[in-house]
Design a binder for this molecule. Sequence first.
Ligand SMILES: Cc1cc2nc3c(=O)[nH]c(=O)nc-3n(C[C@H](O)[C@H](O)[C@H](O)COP(=O)(O)O)c2cc1C
Length: 216
Amino acid sequence: MARQHRTFTLSELKPSQRYDILSGLVVPRPIGFVSTLSEKGIPNLAPFSYFMVGGIRPPSLMFCPVLNMDGQPKDSLKNVEKTSEFVVNLVTRQMSEGMNAASYPYPEGEDEWDASGFTMLKSQVVKPPRVAESPVQFECRLFQALRHGDGPSASAYVVGEVLVAHVDPSLIDEHGALTGRFEPIARLGGKAYLDLADGNVFELARPNRPAGSSLD
Ligand SMILES: Cc1cc2nc3c(=O)[nH]c(=O)nc-3n(C[C@H](O)[C@H](O)[C@H](O)COP(=O)(O)O)c2cc1C
């Protein structure tokens, strides 16, 4: 039987409805936990589920730090635009509470690492540190940061070339190949997450945010 779709014209919707359509339907999304440094060297850490690989030659990935409700860039975007380096750490269930804590919009210069309890591990080819607790870490150099729109919640695409991948030995078999059994968590709509390790859906409420921070 043919489906009777309802059609939404996104330009006619409120931002929160657009958010629900895009973030609630393009699921499950992996989470890129992004480590950057400010120009002054202050570390920053924040999760992004608008995140995906983009190609192999060159090896690239992207994440999307949307602008805040006041149209200002998030610290991760500012840092990457200034320093051109970042590390993407992938997120397991054990890391989920700390990852969520790091999503609080701390003022620039306040350390999400302290608040979230993760341990810094020196990177090999870029300056931002890796998250020691993460089983997979990608050191990246900025290719391009693309802004799409310029108001509240406007889109931004940070595309990076993956220079180095660090992989926990438990994910590699005796021949040096990946086992194919990496089981991180993934973001679903609203507060819901999927734990690929056991197939369960669980919820995490975002830390209370100041008014006007962001839709995500
Ligand atoms: C699981 C999860 C996924 C998120 N994904 C995004 C995203 O894709 N884009 C975005 O702009 N914010 C996203 N956020 C919110 C940011 O992490 C949050 O705005 C953070 O304060 C940004 O930090 P920064 O200003 O240090 O860059 C996400 C939050 C969580 C908990």
